[in-house]
Design a protein around this ligand. Sequence first.
Ligand code: NIG
Ligand code: FE
Length: 398
Amino acid sequence: MNDGLNRAKRGAEMNELPFIENGAIAVTDGEISYIGTSEEAKTIIADEVIDCKGKLVTPGLVDPHTHLVFGGSREHEVSLKQQGVSYLDILKQGGGILSTVRETRKTSEQSLINKGLFHLDRLMSYGITTLEAKSGYGLDKDTELKQLRVIKELNKQHAMDLVPTFLGAHAIPEEYKQNSDAFLQEMLNLLPEIKYEHLAEFVDIFCETGVFTVEQSRQFLQKAKEEGFQVKIHADEIDPLGGTEMAAEVGAISAEHLVGASDYGIEKLAASNTIAVLLPGTTFYLGKDKFARARDMIDQGAAVTISTDFNPGSSPTENIHLIMNLAMLKLKMTPEEIWNAVTTNAAYAINRGDKAGKLMVGREADIVLWDADNYHYVPYHYGVNHVQRVFKGGKQIY
Ligand code: NIG
Ligand code: FE
């Protein structure tokens, strides 16, 4: 619903969830034409009435961070992990992201589209109607562009609204092992073409030990901004390098992961307009016990959202309800903060705050009807899908 803000909710605002008891929504030509009480709605003459009595109704959810398009999968790495080999060591040995790069390079555009459609159906079954999708499993010109074109095609073929991000700087490919600066330059050289073909709205980089340093990331993102892109960053996911404060300094629209963010990083983040995208499913799946400090971030006034981080390595799940549960148990977020996180704040993190994440007259009717009679129930009852029906632009698509 309309909260009167035209920006992400931050700090204590995240605990305010506008809510109507016994509400009703009217949809005309795919747009919301009325939202208010059922009592007032009685005068509306409708062709079709859907009885939602006793059910929770929310905006379509927004997932602001996915690695949707990739070849293959990585179940073969599970036993390595069980033997204690870390995520970054698997990457160092040429596995992890680099194993998905090899698969993605040899997978045809059509197979990637088919695979993408399959995952999108599943993401949508959990109530997601808008999501961000990153490239980053090509690490060469042809495959990065192939991934971005697949995202564009998926946006046409599927009811989901997709927002594309160029993550060419996701790892150092074997070919550039000794010269990561030259690799970053090669990725920067793609930006004019990506811009010209409208293949991405954001540019992202993985700032991590053994991948790109804080200084490399800062320079890369600054150059991307000069080329006219908004920027995002995978920061402080595993090692606390200081990517959180750098994200705030370069004016990133969002900073993702932030598990190792320092006190200083959180202070800078809270004083900035950068939105924290927290990914508790990834921390859980990497087998760590230290989760991102969502409480400190929100209590100091930051804007926070959460996401599946759907990808084949660190978070192979489309289940955003499980992520909401982890946000409650591990990030200690309140139900109100969690719902604001997966709706309006997620939309602002991908520059869709004026389109998605709120139920408002004049907006596209992206609506979820839940098998729950109150909003506390969804993050509480874990591991299952709570969605009964999903409407995109007023049309039932699940
Ligand atoms: O957000 N950390 C970098 N990127 C992804 C994982 C990608 C992968 O392992 O394939 C993430 O966790
Ligand atoms: Fe990610």
